[in-house]
Design a protein around this ligand. Structure first.
Ligand code: 5GP
Ligand code: MG
Length: 474
């Protein structure tokens, strides 16, 4: 079972389609740093370039300016946190079938792929990767014999369950689909006479495209001959279950996601937090960058001064030379360092966007104590994360989630805090525009789509955590 963060970008009919896609992916690099890929179609041939690492490392001017020819392009960035980091699993996933050149890029996580895969294998299908996406491609191809591609995609979508926003290039058609609950974002924009698609609108801003609208849950959009058609793939409408964690942490604050301005929603969460749990202090500070926006809201609502007293090194790459011995917590320290004089003798409110495992936060709090902070209070702009996500965010097993196994008092003690308050679920919902349109499974355990695969169910029970995986949080 894999959980994936991802970013998607597509463009139709642009003379520099690969370059636009490169820029779009570059703007969304926060959605995945493990691998990147671009596929183009020039009317005759499909071309691809994929690689491990950051967008700027995977592509060079030779790829973008010369090799990736064509005026239709789509790209993908991936951040998978389980399984090996394999180039084979990089996307878009490309197959040839007769005259058809098919490329698929997926953001989300399916909850019945194991079942489908076993069924397909029993019928003779052969798989080359461990990706959900390959199962989806097989389903499309099976339906192609009696159907046009749009119908084959629609029938394949009706077999898969879970969270998906996907881009599909089928020769000269560019197709976008979203699952019936609309878990993951995907937006449509316009660039001159052309259509563009992106997970987040910050990608449109960079290429000066105009944002038109988000895709609706269950919608399929087909772009062909420069025109766009849209259809609803499912007869029965399902309730919207958009991922609220996109608004809390994941999306860039300059994006519109699900029709909401991320920056404003985060600030509002901080304001609600200040009303729910006021405390007297000398200053409010975030752990940058993700906590910044809620901290601004908290400061404005409480009237307490905001200080950016934790400084982030923005140039910490994936690999740096580790000290040989004796430097504990090095990876946290290299990234974040407090301004001592701002901390000493102060009563501090730290505004954090979320607590996942609690391990990185604990290290930073300890440092503030060492520097002589008098009181440290933490206010978290989301409710306790108690349940794993099966729809594409990496809260893998219950054992890893500190709030799944401990009370708020225990967590406060573990983190070394004088007080701790998490935003309540009603408080969180009051900070977004339409409160009944979000998935809250990681907070309340109400999973809108049943997890069918046995591996997923085991994940719900698992209490052991996963040793040996080092992740960096910010
Ligand atoms: P913890 O101390 O719980 O291990 O880490 C919490 C920090 O991780 C918070 O500052 C939060 O912004 C960040 N964070 C929350 N969710 C994610 C995630 O899914 N991926 C990454 N890389 N960081 C996250
Ligand atoms: Mg953070």
């Amino acid at each position: 079972m894999k959980k994936e963060y991802c970013g998607l970008f597509g463009v139709y009919g642009h003379p520099e389609a690969a370059r636009m896609t490169y820029f779009g992916l570059y703007a969304m690099q926060h959605r995945g740093q493990e691998s990147a890929g671009i596929v183009t179609w020039d009317g005759e041939k499909i071309r691809e370039q994929k690689g491990m690492g950051l967008v700027a490392d995977v592509f060079n001017e030779r790829h973008i300016g010369r090799e990736l020819k064509g005026d239709i392009a789509m790209g993908h960035i991936r951040y998978s946190t389980t399984g090996a980091s394999l180039l084979r699993n990089a996307q878009p996933f490309l197959v040839r079938h007769g005259d058809l050149r098919l490329a698929v890029a997926h953001n989300g996580n399916l909850v019945n792929t194991k079942t489908l895969r076993e069924e397909l294998e029993a019928q003779g299908s052969i798989f080359q990767t461990t990706m959900d996406t390959e199962v989806f491609v097989h389903l499309i191809i099976r339906h192609l014999h009696d159907n046009p591609i749009e119908e084959a995609v629609r029938l394949a979508c009706r077999r898969i369950k879970g969270a998906y926003s996907m881009l599909i290039m089928a020769n000269d058609k560019l197709i976008a689909v979203k699952d019936p609950n609309g878990f993951r974002p995907l937006a449509i924009g316009r660039l001159g006479d052309n259509y563009v698609l992106a997970s987040e609108t910050c990608a449109f801003d960079l290429i000066e495209a105009e944002y038109l609208r988000p895709l609706s849950p269950g919608e399929m959009v087909v772009i062909e001959d420069g025109k766009m058609h849209s259809m609803q793939m499912f007869e029965e409408l399902q309730p919207k279950k958009q991922c609220i964690f996109e608004l809390i942490y994941f999306a860039r604050p300059d994006s519109y996601v699900f029709g909401e301005v991320v920056y404003e929603r985060r600030k509002e969460m901080g304001k609600v937090l200040a009303r729910e749990a006021p405390v007297d202090a000398d200053l409010v500070m975030p752990f940058p960058d993700s906590g910044n926006y809620a901290a601004i809201g908290y400061s404005q609502e409480s009237g307490l001064p905001l200080e950016l007293a934790m400084i982030r090194n923005h140039y910490v790459g994936r690999t740096f030379i580790q000290p040989t011995q004796g430097m504990r917590d090095f990876s946290v320290r290299v990234k974040l360092n407090p301004v001592k004089s701002m901390i000493q003798g102060k009563r501090i409110i730290i505004v954090e966007d979320s607590i996942v495992r609690g391990t990185t936060i604990r290290t930073r709090v300890k440092k503030l104590r060492e520097l002589g902070a008098r009181e440290i209070h933490m206010r978290v702009s989301c409710p306790p994360i108690k349940h794993p996500c099966f729809y594409g965010i990496d809260f893998s097993s219950k054992g890893e989630l500190i709030a799944a196994n401990h009370s708020v008092e225990d967590i406060a003690r573990f983190l070394g805090l004088d007080s701790l308050h998490y935003l309540t679920i009603p408080g969180l919902l009051s900070a977004v525009s339409r409160e009944n349109e979000y998935c809250l499974a990681c907070f309340d355990g109400n999973y809108p789509v049943k997890v069918e695969d046995s591996a997923g169910k085991m994940c719900l029970e698992d209490n052991g955590g996963r040793p040996g995986i080092i992740k960096e949080y910010c």
